[in-house]
Write a protein that binds this ligand. Structure first.
Ligand SMILES: *[C@@H]1O[C@H](CO)[C@@H](O)[C@H](O)[C@H]1NC(C)=O
Ligand SMILES: *[C@@H]1O[C@H](CO)[C@@H](O)[C@H](O)[C@H]1NC(C)=O
Ligand SMILES: *[C@@H]1O[C@H](CO)[C@@H](O)[C@H](O)[C@H]1NC(C)=O
Ligand SMILES: *[C@@H]1O[C@H](CO)[C@@H](O)[C@H](O)[C@H]1NC(C)=O
Length: 476
């Protein structure tokens, strides 16, 4: 081929196998440099991760992470972690894990402990700071915010709507406003978490979230760009993260902690050294059980997984999760994953819709029936992904800064509310081509009334009773 027209190039790219395509479909190459506004920010407050860095406003609130423990450990068990920039001894809180990050993002330190909480407010002093963790009682309704595929920098991958939708400022302002409401319980991102290879983008973002956001339950899922920043194994390099830095920066309590030699103290599996034997950067350099979580928060069950792991390796743990849900009887279970299709590093059968279908075929899981819903991202659009005669059960929430050929420019998030006897998902579209910029209107409402008081500004994607229907499910 000598000269290739633009359409000819697109045609040629379409027919290359996924292994040969330089980038995941639907996204384009980044600029290779951080934006000037980020460099300016870091020039004044210190580069993220530098010990001297003061953070915005000079204050240094705890980089706190609260995660529900694996369901099989008991409802009241919670993992409390703190991320630091230097070795630190805590005299007022008994962390059982105090280590420098391993393999990736190693300028950080992780302190973590599994603790037993009581339903209601649990007060702690951690490093001299007062922290209150509210554990909703089992089977009480909960409220949370879920997004996927957020971006604000185009260094690695083009974040097309960073400026148009002001994703950095707007995402931070909306979270801080939403979590000022004491009734909020959790925040979740379903992967491609800021398209961040080095951790600098994640830190710059998290530095600006209020302590009110960070004292709530967090559940962060891993996506293709968290493993290979370019988007898939075909373009993986030594600099890639394989979600290793991420699993330490956003610690969860996972199946890995139940498998020896791991324990509740040494809770992450570091057996896979990504750089061993010269490095195999074109494949998943992590362990699937580090991402496998199942638990209940209030009346909702969550089952999170990484699609980069093999289905057959994950299968025994999916069955354990179902067994746990059979015993703990959540009103609804949300399967949370990243990939909507098994491309770009997802293993065969590991897209979220496929996993749901397979689970419902298993004798251990079939009882869940239409109580098993899912959420995914990867496609940068927001829509009800799947429904059948019983109603909607799949929800795509991947538009949060990135563009996609299959939908208009849009950005938004899901508000989950399982209080008052119903399980509801409200989609807040903060900006789109067709509706324009609704951010200020929604923010003003949320600031005054909380998300639950602003659902007239949202599209309701799901609204079902908490009460279990005898006809569709048989809880014994
Ligand atoms: C930490 O553990 C020690 C030994 O078990 C105990 O005496 C102490 O009270 C604990 N401190 C806190 C703050 O829980
Ligand atoms: C965020 O908002 C601040 C304050 O209004 C402004 O100075 C800054 O330029 C904004 N940042 C971006 C990336 O838009
Ligand atoms: C899953 O399949 C892979 C690849 O076929 C194989 O290497 C692995 O041993 C299998 N695992 C289990 C638990 O069967
Ligand atoms: C669910 O638990 C009950 C006991 O409470 C048991 O009889 C039943 O077999 C379990 N179902 C599955 C699918 O494991």
């Amino acid at each position: 081929m000598v000269a290739l027209s633009r359409s000819g190039l697109v045609a040629a790219l379409c027919c290359l196998s996924a292994e040969l395509r330089p980038f995941a479909l639907g996204v384009s190459s980044g600029t290779g440099v951080f934006e000037p506004w980020l460099e300016e920010l870091w020039a004044t407050e210190g580069r993220p991760g530098s010990v001297g860095g003061s953070g915005p406003g000079g204050a240094k609130p705890l980089e706190l992470r609260i995660a529900k423990a694996l369901g099989s450990k008991g409802y009241n068990k919670v993992r409390i972690s703190v991320i630091g920039q230097e070795p630190q001894e805590f005299t007022d809180f008994n962390f059982t894990y105090n280590e420098q990050f391993k393999y990736r993002w190693t300028e950080n330190f992780l302190h973590s402990a599994l603790v037993d909480l009581q339903p209601g407010a649990n007060k702690f002093s951690i490093g001299g700071q007062q922290v209150v963790v509210d554990l909703p009682a089992e089977d009480e309704g909960i409220r949370g915010v879920l997004w996927s595929d957020p971006c604000f920098s185009s260094k690695y991958i083009n974040c097309k709507y960073a400026d148009r939708f002001q994703t950095f400022n707007h995402s931070i302002a909306m979270l801080n406003a939403a979590f000022a409401d004491q009734s909020m319980n959790m925040f979740s991102i379903l992967g491609d978490n800021f398209y961040d290879q080095t951790g600098e983008l994640s830190k710059t973002f998290f530095d600006r979230l209020s302590p009110e956001v960070k004292r709530r339950f967090m559940l962060i899922v891993s996506g293709n760009h968290d493993n290979w920043v370019c988007g898939g194994p075909n373009c993986g390099t030594k600099s890639d993260n394989f979600a290793i830095g991420q699993m330490q920066y956003y610690p969860s309590d996972t199946v890995a902690s139940t498998l020896a030699p791991q324990s509740d103290s040494i809770f992450l599996d570091f057996s896979k050294d990504p750089d061993a034997n010269g490095g195999q950067y074109n494949s998943f350099q992590n362990v699937g059980t580090n991402f496998l979580v199942y638990h209940k928060l209030g009346n909702i069950g969550f089952l999170g997984f990484s699609g980069a792991a093999e289905f057959n390796d994950t299968l025994p743990h999916f069955k354990e999760a179902c067994q746990y849900f059979n015993e703990s009887k959540p009103a609804t279970v949300f399967l949370l994953g990243h990939w909507n299709k098994d491309n770009d590093g997802a293993r065969p059968g590991m897209s979220v819709p496929e996993v749901r279908t397979e689970l419902l075929k298993l004798p251990e899981c079939a009882f869940l029936g239409d109580r098993l819903k899912y959420m995914d991202g990867h496609q940068h659009c927001n829509f009800v992904h799947d429904k059948d005669a019983t109603g909607p059960f799949g929800f795509m929430i991947g538009a949060h800064g990135m563009d996609d050929d299959s939908c208009e420019a849009q950005a938004g998030f899901l508000f989950m509310d399982s209080t008052k006897g119903r399980v509801r998902l409200h989609y807040f579209e903060t900006a789109s081509e067709s509706r324009g910029d609704r951010f200020e209107e929604i923010l003003a409402c949320v600031t005054s009334h909380g998300l639950a008081g602003c659902t007239q500004l949202a599209d309701t994607w799901l609204d079902i009773p908490v009460a279990v229907q005898e006809s569709t499910i048989e809880w014994v």
